[in-house]
Design a protein around this ligand. Structure first.
Ligand code: NAP
Length: 461
């Protein structure tokens, strides 16, 4: 398939849309993968290498020459070499003068060097126009064609014309160039591939912490307490009962935590009387990872649904149901239908189903393919209004679950309330504060502040 397409493209230079020759320094993994893609896109490619011997790995339509010879043949030279080997480029200073040098390199550590690799390259070859690009695309993705996750190519450079030439190549390869500005941005661009799910770190660490806490808490209340007090072995609760307690708790707390920064930001803005002073760093970071917090919450909610579905087939549940029936039969007495309980149970289930449905809807709208198709107002409406509605439904689902035992002293074990009661603290607090914030006496000044009004403006007459 690749052979076929590169043969077709090899015809391209004979047409009037002949593309300019591109030179690639380095016949390593990335150099070869990029050359392959470029030849497919109709670019004649010439390699600059320490050895002019060609090999079966090198695309057959590409020439392999010495660095100096190859550089003479092209205006754009892609440096597919590790930074630590850049020194030899100084000896090519004259040939490289006025050429566009594309730095694609990455480092092994964040901020490994005082300056970015691209700036270092610009210092080594001052006469060249250095552009940073391609470092966030992997050789594997270029070769395999599965570029969905890394279709974006961040580009930066001080020379507008050079940057435009590189962005044209990026587009011709079927990728999306994103102009990040001057070469000063290179350091940040070089750090991107080294960041391991930066926005996911806080939600995942927080979830791990909460899971550990609630697991131990439930273990003490539901397994150790009955064992010590009643000599009953409920250790099998660890498999389904406790996870099915932890999952909804985590889902509810994390969903509430998505809305805490918004509420805190509103309070800070009201207190300061302006939107022009910066929020504390931790609040900014918290705001940035709200989507990830929401998605982790959705994952826990989905697990809760799955755990709930298996309840009827659990041996313990079947044993409890049958023993209740047998004891009623033995006593020759049937329990009358408790209407209040029936209402509570059905409302609890209905609230859970509706809450989960909206939760899934929220998750779907946060997907880039969906959010790109709605305007900012629609997105805000779904994420804020529908989000709060989801939080209300899920909180109500938990409150109704507690039912009439909610504050009963018998639900305390060793003075510890049920874990679901703890899970209600954050969501209830968020909902109460949000409710207070929609009072006109607070909502009106907040809206004005968000429109740019300042209580103690330096610029007001
Ligand atoms: P590689 O496979 O090790 O290839 C590097 C090439 O550099 C070698 O094949 C060699 O080419 C040349 N070279 C090695 N030592 C040299 C020296 N002392 N002087 C001159 N040239 C020398 O590395 P790679 O994976 O292709 O990566 C190349 C660059 O692309 C790196 O800066 C990397 O950070 C960046 N990058 C790689 C990927 C990836 O997925 N691999 C993704 C993004 C960015 P010759 O033998 O032809 O001279």
């Amino acid at each position: 398939m690749n052979k076929k397409s590169s043969n077709i493209m090899a015809l391209a230079p004979t047409t009037s849309n002949k593309r300019e020759t591109v030179c690639i320094f380095g016949t390593g993994d990335f150099g070869r993968a990029l050359a392959h893609k470029m030849i497919q896109s109709g670019y004649p490619v010439v390699f600059g290498s320490r050895s002019t011997q060609t090999s079966s790995l090198i695309p057959k339509d590409a020439e392999v020459l010495s660095h100096a010879e190859a550089a003479r043949k092209a205006t754009i030279i892609i440096i597919a070499i590790q930074r630590q080997h850049y020194n030899f480029l100084t000896s090519l200073g004259e040939i490289l003068h006025g050429k566009v040098l594309v730095d694609i390199s990455n480092n092994l550590k964040i901020n490994q060097y005082p300056e970015s690799n691209a700036e270092y390259l610009a210092q080594l070859v001052p006469g060249a126009k250095v552009v940073k690009a391609f470092n966030t695309v992997s050789a594997w993705a270029l070769q395999s064609g599965t570029l969905d996750a890394s279709r974006q190519v961040f580009v930066c450079g001080d020379d507008m014309e050079a940057k435009q030439m590189v962005m044209d190549i990026v587009r011709a390869l079927g990728l999306t160039p994103l102009d990040q500005g001057s070469l000063l941005a290179a350091q940040e661009i070089e750090n991107y591939p080294l960041q391991l799910f930066p926005m996911w770190k806080f939600p995942i660490l927080l979830s791990l912490g909460l899971v550990t806490f609630f697991f131990l808490y439930s273990l003490i209340r539901d397994v150790i307490y009955p064992y010590v007090n009643e000599n009953k072995d409920f250790s099998f609760f660890i498999a389904i009962s406790i996870p099915n307690r932890i999952c909804p708790i985590l889902a509810l707390i994390l969903l509430a935590l998505v809305y805490v920064p918004g509420v805190l930001a509103a309070i800070i803005q009201l207190y300061r009387g302006t939107k022009y002073s910066r929020f504390p760093d931790w609040l900014d970071k918290w705001m940035l990872c709200r989507k990830q917090l929401g998605l982790v919450a959705l994952a826990f909610a989905s697990l809760h649904v799955l755990f709930t579905l298996v309840i009827p087939i659990r041996s313990f549940v079947r044993w409890r149901t049958s023993s209740q029936i047998v004891s009623q039969a033995l006593n020759n007495k049937t329990e009358p239908l408790d209407n209040t309980n029936a209402w509570l149970s059905d409302s609890y289930l209905a609230l859970g189903i509706l809450g989960f449905f909206l939760f899934v809807l929220l998750g779907i709208t946060s997907l880039p393919s969906v959010s790109n198709n709605v305007n900012w107002r629609e997105f805000r409406f779904v994420q804020s209004k529908l989000g709060y509605l989801t939080l209300i439904l899920c909180t109500a689902h938990t409150l109704v679950y507690g039912g009439k035992w909610f504050l009963s002293p018998s639900s305390y074990r060793w003075y510890l309330p049920s874990a679901y009661m703890l899970s209600l603290i954050v969501p209830c607090a968020v909902l109460v504060v949000k409710f207070v914030l929609i009072f006109p006496c607070l909502d009106k000044p907040l809206t004005r502040i968000r429109q740019g009004w300042e209580r103690n403006s330096k610029y007001s007459e």
